[in-house]
Design a protein around this ligand. Structure first.
Ligand code: BTN
Length: 257
């Protein structure tokens, strides 16, 4: 499988901010750590760190993220105003979902808050880590997409994960998805500070609304029907007694039951 390169990715990329600098490493522990180091060295906003494979990929809620060679693992560096923070996970999940649909034709949905699904199974995920100073953040937006992951090799995810299957050459496919992803991310990010269109596009793609759900936050379990999401990204669950509970994305896992 031929290597991706930063110049292949940058070629004909028409974004104005996202991807104005692209750094590619064949192997990294995690693009999150490398991107964070780069913020400490004052990396330009919009810098994208891409790994051919990760040896210590991280997921939300301290989970590991499998990312052997052949898949997409990247982190985007941003320095947004803190008022933009709720929209970053919406932008990232929308850009990931739209890029998969545009390049493969596979219908894609978002499971609240930001799991990317094809055929009801997880094909991609978003991890956002923010460092806040005053009214500004240094945000690392990590995006992982399973492009060539043989999920049946991994018992822990074999029933819940998916990988994009395509007759197309996998390097070309990764390249097309990354370009489409960065282009869509750039377009959505430039809509800010008006977050309304981002929020409504994200809400419209959520597969979760109307479903019976079980949210677990630490020892606390909330069961009910996922009724709505608000503009901060919180999920509103209606319990069997009619009560409404708002759950914030950060520390919650969601199960359908
Ligand atoms: C999740 O769904 O739990 C989030 C997964 C995020 C994975 C990506 S891959 C690129 C970046 N580097 C990491 O170590 N994690 C994120």
């Amino acid at each position: 499988m031929p290597e991706l390169t930063a110049s292949l990715i940058a070629a004909a990329l028409k974004t104005t901010l996202i991807g104005r600098k692209i750094v590619y490493f064949p192997v990294l522990k995690s693009t999150m750590d490398t991107a964070r180091q780069q913020t400490q060295e004052k990396a330009a906003e919009g810098t994208v760190v891409i790994a051919g494979e990760q040896t210590g990929g991280r997921g939300r809620l301290k989970q590991t993220w499998l990312s052997p060679r052949g898949n997409i693992a990247l982190s985007i560096i941003l320095y947004p105003d803190i008022t933009a923070l709720p929209y970053l996970m919406m932008i990232a999940s929308l850009a990931a979902a739209q890029s998969i649909e545009a390049t493969t034709g596979t219908k894609t949905q978002i499971k609240w808050p930001n799991d990317i699904l094809t055929g009801g199974k997880k094909v991609g995920g978003i991890l956002i880590e923010n460092e806040v100073k005053g009214s500004q953040a240094a945000s690392i937006i990590g995006i992982g997409i399973n492009v060539d992951l043989n999920v049946s090799d991994y018992p822990e995810i074999k029933d819940t994960a998916a990988s994009l299957k395509s007759a197309r050459d996998k390097t070309d496919l990764r390249l097309d998805i990354i370009k489409s992803l960065l282009t869509e991310f750039d377009r959505l990010y430039h809509l800010l500070p008006d977050g309304k269109p981002i929020y409504s596009a994200w809400r419209d793609r959520l597969s979760t609304l109307g479903q019976k759900v079980k949210a677990t936050a630490g020892n606390h379990v909330i069961e009910g029907i996922a009724e709505s999401v608000d503009e901060s990204g919180a999920l509103v669950i209606r319990g069997p007694d009619g009560s409404l509970t708002k759950v914030v994305a950060g520390d919650v896992t969601l199960k359908r039951n």
